[in-house]
Design a binder for this molecule. Sequence first.
Ligand SMILES: [Fe+2]
Ligand SMILES: [Fe+2]
Length: 302
Amino acid sequence: MVTIVTDGAGYGWKGKEGATADHHGADDIIPRDIRFGIVDKPTRHWFAGDIVKTALADGLSIFLPEGERFFIRSLKHYATQLDDRELAEEINGYAVQEAYHTREHEDYNRAMAALGYDVKAMEGPVASALGLTKKPLQRLAVTCAIEHLTATLSTVTLRHPEMFDGAEPHYRRLWMWHALEEIEHKAVALDVLKKATANMSGWQRYLLRVIAMNATIVPFLLIFLRNTHLYAKTDGVKPGFRFWMRFLWVVFVSPGFWRRCIPLLLRYYLPGFDPRNSDDAALVMKGREWIAREMPAAGATA
Ligand SMILES: [Fe+2]
Ligand SMILES: [Fe+2]
């Protein structure tokens, strides 16, 4: 049973008291209305002064406002159709979380634009790629695939918060908050897919899932690499051999963001994959405790 908590009695965000992890079940979806103030304090190379690490995180943010609006629309389409009150509530909690993420990442991307990056040119292909999916079921399957990607990145983030060592606190807080909420709602899109495809065989549903993942991850990587190239050029860094060698080092060796993601990502290709089968309770509690410690201290509560 998933509980959606949106009022001040639980979170809202009301600071440390409401934020202690033990007030909620690990699979509760808790939208937290927090403003991180990134647009007020844009910081070049905020990630430990490292252009590659910063480009990796900023490159991800480029996908988010457009992507998260797409996810909300994809799931809301089914909220009333499936005649399942609990699922409709899950979708609602999901949509509120994603709406707050959209707001903060719009600000984040505005901060990037203020630093001189051509955000419009970077966001353009994201909107075009998502616009290629026309049918509601296609859009839902793509949403499931991207939700698995974000849950994977978020799991690695919460497991290894030390990877943010040296990062500017307002950026680090935003990414930790986002990671926590992605884990809290990691199963919602697939719950909707299961219900929406109840008339399909298991194999049909499996094929739908993996085809959508393949059709998503290839353009995602291509857009990501193209945008990293643009990003480096804006910073006056020649995106040549040395730059890309360093990029590969950071993603696969140290700290190895993507290397850590690969085993988790591949689980999606298992026929019986269900995000509810991996118990993230300890990780969610760790994330909630981290937020409770960090946010009141920062005075950044809503
Ligand atoms: Fe999100
Ligand atoms: Fe999400």
